[in-house]
Design a protein around this ligand. Structure first.
Ligand code: ZN
Length: 293
């Protein structure tokens, strides 16, 4: 089933709800890079989170969510935009930790210390950058803390992935409820009780609940504002990688030419490879020299 993101206005116009599935996008990355179950679980949570953050953006704005914990997976980076496009990867996809009861151990995978960085390109002079510490590595609680501290928006978040025996995601998704400034104490209590009463998101999704069902389950009177297909999309190109090589500077490029005489670059997000011949590297070297002047 196609991944989607749904945005709704709920609780008497006092909150927004976002609900998303990222199963297809996650399996696309997982299959390509042979992700182990714990790594797939971690990337799926971050993907769902970033996709919903993308849903809070306008037009050409973009967001990068970077999780850097002390766990084995290393860095996790996911980019998202307002049109349902996401791309992401984990530094070490080949890590796997289970709890004693057989569930996946996200604390060992992601870590319980480290930094969450949110970079929003809002097409202003400078991007918005927010940092908060990792609290427990489950991502949902960590990101709720981020929203409360960094953006002063009280937010409830649930994220989940269910990995099957073939190390593929059976489901991946999440929801997020954000209070609007006019939210009353009564509504806040109502939302808190509702969130506590809900089963785990991965349970709901594997029972066949769609993002729309989940929103209606949270508030049956919710008004649907927007439904966007979510898809993995990488915007890498040889030109982008050429600019990357150029940014190394003339000395570094000269070293590559002298040592290897060629370069093969790989996109972390989609796995595409771009080859640069000696002639192309010499062109870039000459351009780097010109740029210095
Ligand atoms: Zn790419």
């Amino acid at each position: 089933m196609e991944d989607i993101l749904i945005k709704a206005l709920a609780f008497d116009n006092q909150a927004r709800i976002y609900a998303v599935t990222t199963t297809e996008a996650l399996n696309l990355v997982g299959d390509r890079m042979s992700y182990f179950p714990s790594a797939l679980d971690a990337l799926g949570r971050v993907m769902s989170m970033a996709a919903m953050m993308g849903g809070t953006l306008k037009l050409e704005e973009t967001v990068t969510l970077r999780i850097e914990g002390n766990g084995q997976i290393g860095r996790i980076i996911v980019d998202a935009d307002a049109h349902g496009h996401i791309k992401g990867y984990a530094e070490n996809p080949h890590c796997h930790f289970e709890n004693a009861n057989g569930t996946l151990n996200s604390k060992a995978t992601i870590g319980d210390q480290g930094t969450i960085t949110v970079i929003k390109d809002l097409h202003l002079k400078e991007p918005f950058i927010g940092y908060t510490p990792i609290l427990n590595g489950g991502i949902a609680e960590d990101m709720a803390y981020y929203y409360s501290v960094s953006e002063q928006v009280p937010t409830a978040i649930s994220l989940g992935v269910l990995v099957d025996e073939d190390s593929r995601a059976k489901v991946s998704g999440g929801f997020m409820i954000q209070l609007l400034p006019n939210a009353t104490e009564d509504i806040i209590t109502e939302i808190e009780n509702k969130v506590k009463s809900l089963p785990n998101i991965s349970e709901l999704l594997s029972e066949g609940y769609t993002p729309l069902d989940i929103i209606k389950n949270i508030d049956k009177n919710a008004l649907i504002l927007d439904t966007t297909p979510v898809e993995f999309k990488c915007n890498c190109s040889k030109e982008r990688f050429a600019r990357g090589i150029l940014s190394l500077g003339s000395k570094e490029i000269k070293d590559i030419i002298d040592e290897d005489g060629k370069a093969l670059t790989t996109c972390h997000f989609c796995g595409n490879e771009y080859f640069f011949s000696k002639e192309e590297l010499i062109d870039l070297y000459e351009e780097a020299i010109r740029n210095k002047k």
